[in-house]
Design a protein around this ligand. Sequence first.
Ligand code: CTP
Length: 215
Amino acid sequence: MKPLRCLVTAGPTREFFDPVRFVSNPSSGRMGFAVAAAAARTGWAVTLVAGPVSLPTPEGVTRVDVTSAAEMFRAVDEAFDGADLLVMSAAVSDYRPKERADHKVKKGELSMTIEMEPTVDILKSVAARKKPGQFVVGFAAETGDVVAYAEGKMRAKNCDMMVANRVGGPTGGFMSEENTVTLLFRDGARREIGPAPKTEIAEEIVAAIRERLQG
Ligand code: CTP
C-alpha cells in the first residue's frame, strides 16, 4: 500500500517592512513539528512547510523552509493537490505591512503607523478545492469561546477536523511545552486532550486522523 501523503505546516510567518524589521507572533512551531514527527513514525510520507523556527527536522520528514505568509501559501498551494492530508498548524500572520522598504528605514523616517493589508488565508484558499478523499485539518487558537469559534472556522474553511487550541494560561499556548486541545469533527464528534506535552497531543491527533482515514 502506498504511504499516505501528509502535508504539515508549522511555526509563525514573518512579514517584513524593511530588511531588518518584521511583524510576527510567538509561535514556536513545536506543535506542528511534533505532528510531522508523529505522522512520519506512523509510516506516512510527510512534507513539513516550516516558518522561521529553530527546531531540528524530525526523522524521515521532508522540510521546506519559508518566511512569509505569501511564501507559505506558494509552498502549500503547490503541494496540496498531491497530498492526501493537510494539517495546517502554522500560526500564519493575518496581516502584513502594505509596503516593504529595500533599505533599513532610519529612526527619523519611520512613521509611527504601519499600514497593513490582509495576507491570503492559506487554509481557506486550498481547502476550497478539496477533492473527495482529501482530509483537511485546521487549528484554531483562541483565548475564549474556543469550541464555538473553532466550530465556525471548521465550516468557513471547509475543514474535516479542527484542533481547538486554548492560548494563554499555564497549559496552553504558543511558547509552552504543554497544550490543551479539543478535537472537533464535521460529524459533531469531539474529543478533549490534555493538558499534556505537545508530543503526546501530536500522537493523539495523528491517531485520530488515522482512525478516520484508515479505519
Ligand atoms: N490560517 C491560514 N492562513 C491565514 C490565517 C490562518 O491558513 N492567513 C489557518 C491557520 O493555520 C489555522 C486556521 O487558519 O489552521 C485558523 O487560524 P486562526 O488564526 O485561528 O483563525 P483566523 O481565520 O485567522 O481568525 P481569527 O484570527 O479572527 O481568530
